[in-house]
Structures are given as structure tokens and as C-alpha cells.
Design a protein around this ligand. Structure first.
Ligand code: PEP
Ligand code: MG
Length: 540
């Protein structure tokens, strides 16, 4: 038996045969034509690659949603990049074969991207390698499309974005990759598919053969290859137990969310795109407590227009069929970067121009969002909230802008709904002055992910700081109680949309503190409804 450990990205247990995915080494041609012939072969292969990517993009958008398809759009555009094309043609003119010229140029560009400071640009090195390989494969008459005849566990060094979208998804029980992080494309896909998976796993792929039995424990991050009998028996029992627990949660579907003593609690969901609305409905979410609007800005080259934003928000509002949605205005900066924003490099990006700070410094950027959100509010219940608030003046400026936009739209004769305004409490300063802020807004939503990092001075992105990022630290619990008390003293409701809301061991504490709403990822709704219904907290 071989045992490995990785970073679990979705809970559950999967058992099945291994599919070891190796990116085959390409044999480049040893003889080639004249420069004119090779240039033509390159142009044809480039066009073929773009056509393949376009088909893949349409299939992916239909199956997995627009956000997963976006990476393919980036790759289609890369193939038209003038610098890239000219570099390849120059190599061909220098006597190189088309295949070798593409391979070398792809590698050269990938290294340039990888050496950049900007995280978004760094990530593009995978795309340029990926898209160059596609062209080289076409030039060599080779195909790396993966086939799996029976369901199994996919093990790979890493999966490129175009490999992930081409995977035979109906056959994959789990992923295990040696590379990747909690927010890598593979991890996001595993969460969307709801399958137990590990990234950054320390397994030696050369010691595993396709067909070997593999067990992935998405609860602990362990995986076992060619398990011994007792491990197989133990994990089969754990899988059955997980399945039984999942089925037991079905009893909570369609039920109202109330504590054992009858106190009503709102149980909402966190989503990132209109495609996720389907998951909200499937998992019985009562609404959306956090729509992370960054998805509309990332993975593209230009700012979305008011019309694009409005269409996306309207899609969410209509998809929710009367359930409420809280749209968070853009929280870009820090770990979420888009190149076209041309943000200055910062020494401490988490303490920099992010969230509402960026919006207030770029009034046009903010205006477009506010207009789109207000317009969408004509189609169903919409609230709006602002990230990274630390001071009263920020809330007052934001409210003044909202008032101006409302008046502007009304004067234009545009229909808008009543849009309650809230703030995210995710800086210690906002928590401390929550008694003042509570008189300014209609609700609070606590972002415990950031509140934890800022209170404990522990970077949430740094995996080495795991035990320092403790949302149950007494300092956090003290702030959480203060926030709830401030909200209730001013007569407004308060909720939590950070990851702590999905921790069932904390549900009773949060109910005791008086929280009125919890917003969790769709797959966690039934688990938290059960935890709330078992809480003995009396009606308040
Ligand atoms: C949070 O900080 O807890 C939160 C919900 O926002 P994000 O994770 O998007 O920063
Ligand atoms: Mg946050």
C-alpha cells in the first residue's frame, strides 16, 4: 500500500481504479519544408487550434458555465497575439520547423509570464504553454484527448486548464494532483462537481499504474494506493457512513430553517456567477447571501459594460425565482487581480487599495456597478453590500453615491426596486465601530475570512500559517458578539458569509450570539440547516 497526503478541496470518500494521466512527450518532426511552407503550416495549425478551442468553449460554457469557459477565450486570443505570432514566424524564417518554433516560443513566453510579479500574469504562463502544445500537437498529428472507459480516480502531475475542461467528467470519481492550490482551476472544478479531491498531493505517480485501486479521503486529505485489506474495509465503511449522512440530510430539504426552540434563521448561499444559481436551487438555498461580483471582471481583458453587468445580475435575480440576493460590489485587489485595471504594485496588497477603497478611488468603475445593480433590482429582491469597510466616512460616501445613482435612474424613467444597503464587517475597525455603523445601514454581513486574517495578523493565503488563522480565537468570538449586539441594538439584522458560517461545530455558538443569517456554499446548506435545527437557542 502507498499512502499520500494532499490538500482536500471537497469532502467525501471515493474508491475506484486509478487513471494516471501523463502528458506524453511529443516527437517533433526531423525533416521540414521551406520557410514559406512552414509559415503556412503554422497559420493552418493556428486556425485549427482556434476552431478546436471555440468548440470546446461553447461545450464548456453549456456544461460547466461561462466562468470555466473563460480560460479558453484567453487562449484563443493568445494565438492572435502579435508578439507571439511574430516571434514564431521569425524562428521559422531563421530555418526552424513550425512545430519547433511554436514549442520554443511557447516556452520562452511562459517563462516571461512566470517571472512577472502580478499573480494574474504569472498564471498566464500555464495558458501559453497549454495553447502552444495544442498547436504543436496539431502540427505533429498527435492527440492527447483523455478517455476513461469506466469510472475512476484521475491522478496527474497537474491538469492544464484546457485538459480540465476536456475531461470525461461523468467518469471521474475524484482528482488527485501533485500540483495546484486551494483556488487552482482543478480545485474549483472539483468543488463545482462536488467530488472528493486532493491537490498538492505528495504521491509518487511513477509508482502507480492505471487500474490500481485508489482511495481518496476528502475529509482528511489522505489517499491510499493499492490499499491493504483493513484500510479498504475501513474506508469502505467511512464511504458508506458519509453516504448515509448525506442521505439523512435529505430530511431537511424543503424545511424551514428554525432552531429547536423555533427561532427563524435565514440560510443563504455564497455564489460567484449566474451559473451557480442552479446549485442554489438544487441544494435548497433560501437565497444568495453573497454574490461575489469579481467573476464578471476576472479572466477578461476589458472592463465589463453596464449592460453586461445588468444582464448577469438580472440572470441571477430571475434564476432565483423570488429568493433574495445580496450583491457585493467589486472586491478586487489583493489576491484577485485583473491586468487591465493597471493597479500599481503594492508592498502589502492585502492592506492596499482593495474592495471599496478601489471603487471609491475610481468613481466611474463604481457608478457602472451601482447602475447595473439598481437596474437588476426591478426584477426581484436585491440588496447590496460593500466590502473592506473600515471607517464611517466610507459608508457615508458610498451611501451618497447610491442616492445619486437612484435619483439619476429615476429621472431617466428606469424602474428600480427598494435596495437595502449593508456593509461587510471584515476589518477589526468596522467590528469595533459597528455600534456607529449599525445606524447607517440596513444589515451587516460578517466576512470571517478577512476578519480573521486582519484581527490575527495572519495572511489567509499562506498555508504555513494554518493554525494562526483561527476564526475561533477568543478575539474573534469577542468581535462577533460585539457585531451582533451592535446590530440588534440599532434594530438591524446581522449575518455571516465567511467560511465560519459553514462550520457546524460553531452553529450553536453563532445562534447563541444572536446571528440572524448564515450564508454558506450551496453544498453545505442542508448540513447547516440540520445544525441550526438542533440548536437549543430560544427565540429572540
Ligand atoms: C470574507 O472575507 O469572509 C468573505 C466572505 O469575503 P472573501 O472571502 O471574498 O474575501
Ligand atoms: Mg473578504
Amino acid at each position: 500500500m502507498i499512502q499520500g497526503t494532499g490538500l482536500p478541496v471537497f469532502p467525501g470518500v471515493a474508491i475506484g481504479p486509478a487513471f494516471v494521466h501523463e502528458t506524453a512527450k511529443l516527437e517533433l518532426p526531423t525533416a521540414w519544408g521551406s520557410a514559406a511552407e512552414e509559415r503556412q503550416r503554422f497559420t493552418d495549425a493556428k486556425a485549427q487550434a482556434q476552431a478546436q478551442l471555440q468548440t470546446l468553449l461553447e461545450e464548456t460554457a453549456a456544461r460547466l458555465g461561462q466562468e470555466h469557459a473563460m480560460i479558453l477565450d484567453v487562449q484563443i486570443m493568445m494565438l492572435d497575439d502579435l508578439d507571439y505570432v511574430e516571434a514564431i514566424e521569425a524562428r521559422i524564417d531563421g530555418g526552424d520547423s513550425a512545430a519547433h518554433a511554436v514549442q520554443e516560443t511557447g516556452e520562452e513566453f511562459a517563462e516571461v509570464f512566470a517571472s512577472m510579479d502580478d499573480e494574474y500574469m504569472k498564471a498566464r504562463s500555464t495558458d501559453v504553454r497549454d495553447v502552444s502544445r495544442r498547436v504543436v500537437e496539431i502540427l505533429c498529428g498527435f492527440s492527447s484527448a483523455m478517455t476513461m472507459d469506466v469510472p475512476g480516480v484521475l491522478l496527474a502531475e497537474d491538469l492544464t486548464p484546457s485538459e480540465t475542461v476536456q475531461l470525461p467528467k461523468d467518469k471521474i470519481l475524484a482528482f488527485v494532483t501533485r500540483k495546484g492550490s486551494a483556488n487552482s482551476h482543478t480545485a474549483i472544478l472539483a468543488r463545482t462537481m462536488g467530488i472528493p479531491s486532493l491537490v498538492a498531493a505528495d504521491v509518487d505517480l511513477s509508482a502507480i499504474h492505471s487500474g490500481d485501486t485508489v482511495i481518496v479521503d476528502g475529509f482528511t486529505g489522505q489517499c491510499y494506493i493499492r490499499p491493504d485489506e483493513s484500510t479498504l474495509a475501513e474506508m469502505t465503511a467511512k464511504q458508506a457512513e458519509a453516504q448515509t449522512a448525506k442521505e439523512a440530510l435529505e430530511a431537511y430539504r424543503g424545511k424551514e430553517t428554525r432552531t429547536a426552540k423555533g427561532r427563524k434563521v435565514k440560510l443563504y448561499t455564497n455564489i460567484g456567477s449566474p451559473d451557480d444559481v442552479e446549485l442554489v436551487l438544487k441544494n435548497d438555498g433560501e437565497g444568495v447571501g453573497l454574490l461575489r461580483s469579481e467573476f464578471l471582471y476576472l479572466g477578461r481583458d476589458t472592463y465589463p459594460t453596464e449592460e453586461e453587468l445588468y444582464t448577469a445580475y438580472r440572470q441571477v435575480v430571475e434564476g432565483l425565482q423570488g429568493r433574495p440576493v445580496i450583491v457585493r460590489t467589486l472586491d478586487i485587489g489583493a489576491d484577485k487581480q485583473a491586468d487591465y485595471f493597471q493597479l500599481d504594485a503594492e508592498e502589502n496588497p492585502a492592506l492596499g487599495l482593495r474592495g471599496v477603497r478601489l471603487c471609491l478611488s475610481r468613481p466611474e468603475l463604481f457608478r457602472t456597478q451601482l447602475r447595473a445593480i439598481y437596474r437588476a433590482s426591478a426584477h426581484g429582491p436585491v440588496s447590496m453590500m460593500f466590502p473592506m469597510i473600515a471607517s464611517l466616512w466610507e459608508v457615508q460616501e458610498v451611501k451618497a453615491l447610491c442616492k445619486t445613482i437612484r435619483e439619476e435612474l429615476t429621472a431617466e424613467g428606469v424602474a428600480i426596486g427598494d435596495v437595502p444597503l449593508g456593509v461587510m464587517i471584515e476589518t477589526p475597525a468596522a467590528a469595533v465601530i459597528s455600534d456607529t455603523l449599525a445606524h447607517e445601514v440596513d444589515f451587516f454581513s460578517v466576512g470571517t475570512n478577512d476578519l480573521t486574517q486582519y484581527t490575527l495578523a495572519a495572511d489567509r493565503q499562506n498555508s504555513a500559517l494554518g493554525r494562526y488563522c483561527d476564526p475561533k480565537h477568543p478575539a474573534l468570538l469577542w468581535l462577533l458578539q460585539r457585531i451582533a449586539d451592535s446590530a440588534h441594538a440599532a434594530g438591524i439584522w446581522c449575518g455571516i458569509c465567511g467560511e465560519l458560517a459553514a462550520d457546524a461545530t460553531m452553529t450553536n455558538t453563532l445562534m447563541t450570539m444572536g446571528y440572524d443569517e448564515l450564508s454558506v456554499s450551496p453544498a453545505q446548506v442542508l448540513k447547516i440547516r440540520k445544525a441550526i435545527s438542533e440548536s437549543e437557542v430560544v427565540s429572540q
